[in-house]
Write a protein that binds this ligand. Structure first.
Ligand code: GLN
Length: 485
């Protein structure tokens, strides 16, 4: 089954002309047709366009491009010229993107096939894809459960082998949390590593684009392609990115790995705890030195995040006014037009965030909430920088529990917010992090995620550790049961 290949395997076979890009793309399309009626990872895909991209690659002279002929699915928050761009919201109507995001141009230059629009929580606000205005994506391991979010479609599509890899975005955990719950690798790069040009902004000081893949090597390969400076994003660092695959040497002897004591919270599921402890033992056996560390401001992270992220979102989403793009509800005057359009176009969670964000920025509350949150954000970053003076990487569970049932938390925003308790600090601190499979619960069989956090621009170290761990386990090769009988 060609759709089950990794990037490394698939691109090597296309380069060697053992298979065509067309066959590979067709295998993914066939798989989508077979299982996506149940998984619902894709909002849409353009079969003819994908096959035309593949035909162009097959017709071109031989090439050693790293993603040659490889179909990559795209979260519905990234601009792909001529394709729908909805952010899983009603407010964008029939809008189609007018340019390629920088990451998309880079994927194309590397030989990838840009394939489909993947479901997400509306404007990337959520942890389950239940906030999509269209439908909820299902977890390929158990269709009664959520795939995580906000990039739930991106994670589910990889877990169900509907494409070879995908891109998502991570503002407070939206790559790592769904990767953990669906059993794939998800990588959030250091803030500034990857250009955000063409990513619809949720919270601009937190957002980063990153890959979902079947293993660590593929994550390194995709990072190689999408990383690096871009004149079109002033927050992208003017610093060349290394070849991340070179870090995958299997040698972690002498590396120091920190275990934050604040992450061993009461609500931690016992099976998650046991799987993460076993992974830590594994790393120790391979020669890493594990030490306890403290990140004392951890308790404030969720509160700080929901002030800063909503403040930024309230400003970023002001552009959806019924004038510039998408749907328009007519009104007697502009204000009525805006409010009717936004009232009809945005879902409940997006409205909740805009109202909260507007409140924390309003005069009289700005100092008490927004300014104070910014100060605590600095303390959270300092906690990490201090810890990284002693350790090379930090290991934690990615999520406190495995995937929950559809509907279980959707009426309780606070419970939902807590599912990102281990991922949010990484964005506030601007550091890098990944999630990778480290086991399964017994019954039902659900994936468990291990999170590795690295220094600013310390991507190589966490990839190296992840790879060494992956080499000694077989979690990543286990596939979701859907459509395989
Ligand atoms: N679940 C978090 C939120 O709802 C994080 C989302 C994200 O990373 N985009 O904001």
């Amino acid at each position: 089954m060609l759709n089950e290949l990794t990037i490394a395997e698939a691109a090597a076979r296309v380069r060697a002309k053992e298979i065509s890009a067309r066959e590979l793309t067709q295998a993914c399309i066939d798989r989508v047709k077979k299982v996506d009626g149940q998984v619902r990872a894709f909002l849409s895909y353009d079969e003819a366009d994908a096959l035309a991209q593949a035909a162009a690659i097959d017709a071109a002279p031989a090439s050693d491009k790293p993603l040659l002929g490889v179909p990559i699915g795209i979260k519905d928050v990234l601009s792909v010229k001529g394709h729908p761009l909805n952010c899983s919201s009603k407010i964008l109507g029939n809008f189609r993107a007018v340019y390629d995001a920088t990451v998309i141009s880079r994927l194309r230059d590397a030989g990838a096939i840009i394939f489909g629009r993947l479901n997400m929580d509306e404007f990337a606000m959520g942890s389950s894809t239940e906030n999509s205005a269209f439908f909820t994506t299902r977890n390929p391991w158990d269709l009664d459960r959520i795939p995580g979010g906000s990039s739930g479609g991106s994670a589910a599509a990889v877990a169900a082998d509907e494409c070879i890899a995908t891109l998502g975005s991570d503002t407070g955990g939206s790559i790592r949390q769904p990767a953990a719950l669906c059993g794939c690798v998800g990588f959030k790069p250091t803030y500034g590593r990857v250009s955000r040009y063409g990513l619809v902004a949720f919270a601009s000081s937190l957002d980063q684009i990153g890959p979902f893949t079947k293993d660590i090597r593929d994550a390194a390969t995709l990072l190689n392609v999408i990383s690096g400076h871009d004149d079109l994003d002033s927050t992208s660092v003017p610093q060349a990115a290394p070849d991340y695959t070179k870090a995958l040497d299997g040698n972690i002897k002498g590396l120091k790995i920190g275990l934050p004591k604040e992450y061993m919270i009461g609500g931690l599921d016992p099976e998650v705890k046991a799987a993460v402890s076993a992974a830590v033992d594994n790393l120790q056996k391979q020669g890493a030195e594990v030490v306890e560390i403290s990140l004392p401001h951890t308790d404030y992270a969720v509160a700080v995040y929901y002030i800063i992220a909503t403040a930024e979102a309230s400003a970023n989403l002001a552009r959806f006014d019924g004038i510039r793009y998408g749907i328009r509800e007519d009104g007697a005057d502009p204000v009525e037009l805006y409010s009717k359009t936004r009232g009809a176009g945005f879902g409940a969670e997006v409205k909740r965030r805009i109202i909260l964000g507007t409140y924390v920025l309003s005069s009289g509350y700005y100092d008490a909430f927004y300014l104070r949150a910014q100060k605590v954000r600095t303390l959270i970053r300092q906690d990490f920088l201090k810890a990284f003076e002693k350790v090379d990487a930090i290991v934690t569970p990615t999520t406190p529990t495995p995937a929950f049932k559809v509907g279980e938390k959707s009426d309780d925003p606070l419970q939902m917010y807590l599912s990102d308790i281990f991922t949010i600090s990484c964005n506030l601190a601007g550091i890098c992090g990944l999630s990778m499979p480290c086991g399964f619960t017994k019954s039902p069989k659900l994936p468990i995620g291990l999170q590795l956090l690295g220094k600013p621009f310390g991507e190589e170290t966490i990839l190296k550790i992840g790879h060494a761990y992956e080499q000694s386990t077989n979690w990543h090769t286990q596939r979701a049961p859907i459509g395989r009988a």
